[in-house]
Design a binder for this molecule. Structure first.
Ligand code: GDP
Length: 296
């Protein structure tokens, strides 16, 4: 089995110990579970929810032995993960638009490169819009990834209007008969109003171009930032309509609890997970496989 997620050596590896070598299911066991979950960045609220749901399920199933609680926990956690629309909605015969949002440093650029590479490999024509015009270095870096992926880029000079980049990207996509257009956006969270206005403008430009056709708005989150990631998810979910998440850097964390928190709270699917810095280090997210990988 692929190394995949460090999570299994960390948090989830230790969970099993809580349920082994004990004679009865008691409050102490649940307290130990609570401590472990909190330590692994799952957050207090989510931890309390997990323990509450677990207790209810243990009761409903009439589970008596501590070791039998472990598989129940596995089911409870799996139940939080959204299983619908976990794949990017890419349909033949239309120009598919993917808007990528997220704060700087989470791995947006890298992730766009990885997605583009996958799509190009699948025979798709991909055009990428560099609408994060605030950082010249970001555009350069994106350009490198786009080249590596075999896609095309649309860019404007630093400081240009992101809306104009989006407009030109969609036009280029149309002119070139692109299958997929991916748009990178600036993720400056410090001014929520500005962020909202900018995303609103971008969304309007997209809608004007593609009409009622649905498109993806994906929030990229850094899997190593724990509760910060959940806060980012809340803010972005408020300022724009998200269709899903990509969680990066799961190779570098022994925690990974954020997957459960964002799924349970925001009820949006995780579309991909990032498991490394290379162009191929992006995996489709399958909740069953993920649970299997961290629990067994
Ligand atoms: P951006 O500012 O959001 O565009 O972030 P970048 O794409 O520049 O990525 C920031 C850093 O995170 C870079 O050093 C990337 O190599 C690294 N990175 C991105 N995704 C992953 C991942 O899945 N795993 C690991 N280990 N590093 C990643």
């Amino acid at each position: 089995k692929e190394k995949l997620f460090k999570s299994r050596e960390g948090l989830f590896g230790t969970l099993k110990n809580i349920f082994t070598g004990k004679s009865i299911v008691d409050g102490e066991m649940y307290e130990e579970l609570e401590d472990t979950l909190v330590q692994s960045d799952i957050g207090i609220e989510m931890t309390l929810k997990i323990v509450k749901d677990l207790k209810a399920e243990v009761k409903a199933r009439g589970v008596k032995k501590p070791e039998d609680v472990y598989p129940v926990l596995k089911d409870v956690l799996e139940g939080y993960l959204i299983t619908e629309n976990t794949k990017l909605d890419i349909q033949p015969g239309r120009m598919n638009v993917i808007l990528i949002v997220g704060v700087n440093g989470v791995g947006k650029t890298t992730t766009i490169g990885k997605i583009a590479a996958k799509l190009v490999k699948d025979g798709k024509k991909v055009v990428i819009g560099a609408a994060d015009t605030f950082r010249a270095a970001a555009v350069e870096q994106l350009e490198e990834w786009v080249k590596r992926a075999g896609a095309e880029i649309v860019k404007h000079p630093e400081g240009a209007d992101p809306g104009a980049v989006v407009f030109d990207t969609l036009k280029a996509g149309e002119d070139k008969n692109a299958d997929v257009v991916i748009i990178d956006t600036a993720g400056r969270l410090h001014n929520k109003n500005n962020l909202m206005k900018e995303l609103e403008k971008i969304n309007n430009i997209i809608k004007k171009k593609i009409g009622d056709q649905p498109y993806e708005s994906i929030l990229v989150l850094d899997g190593t930032t724990g509760q910060n990631g959940l806060i980012q998810a809340r803010v972005f979910n408020e300022v724009t309509k998200l269709t899903g998440f990509i969680v990066t850097k799961l190779d570098g964390t022994a925690k990974g609890g954020i997957l459960f928190s964002i799924s349970e709270e925001l009820k949006k699917p995780i579309k991909y997970i990032g498991v490394g810095e290379g162009i191929e280090d992006l995996r489709e997210f399958n909740s069953k496989e993920y649970i299997q990988a961290i629990f067994d």
